[in-house]
Design a protein around this ligand. Structure first.
Ligand code: ZN
Length: 136
């Protein structure tokens, strides 16, 4: 089994933002020389996350962020963390810091409407995503 590890940078522009990184991940998979296997997309940050959801209608991303904001407001009585970004830490843990996608014939096996998103919850910042591609 071959393993290829890469990373790339992401510049978020808003405090809460979902950035479509499907094309970056697809390109790295295509360049990896791996035909069949899987890829892990990992976010090495405590106030950001990785998720898979619809990338056809941008309203879906808007509605996910709106829902998270309602569940986890930026300021809330009872938060103790002195940085003032407890909501971002909570969102990061709820969404999760990685996704695993299967690779078939050098392509991501995503559904028609699925895309991979880097979720920023404490931007704007310079961020990094790590991709590990495994297979034959
Ligand atoms: Zn913090």
């Amino acid at each position: 089994m071959k393993i290829v590890k890469k990373d790339f940078h992401i510049s978020s522009k808003h405090r809460n933002q979902m950035i479509d990184i499907t094309s970056q991940v697809s390109s790295l998979v295509a360049q990896s020389g791996i035909t069949n296997g899987d890829v892990i997309v990992y976010c090495p940050h405590t106030t950001a996350a990785i998720t898979i959801n619809e990338n056809a209608d941008p309203s879906v991303m808007h509605d996910i962020l709106l829902t998270l904001e309602e569940l986890l407001p930026h300021h809330r009585p009872g938060y103790r963390h002195s940085e003032g970004n407890s909501d971002a830490h909570c969102k990061s843990s709820i969404i999760g810091c990685s996704e695993q996608i299967l690779i078939k014939d050098k392509s991501l096996e995503l559904g028609t409407w699925q895309g991979i998103f880097f979720c920023e919850f404490d931007g704007p910042r310079s961020r990094r995503a790590i991709v590990q591609i495994r297979g034959e």
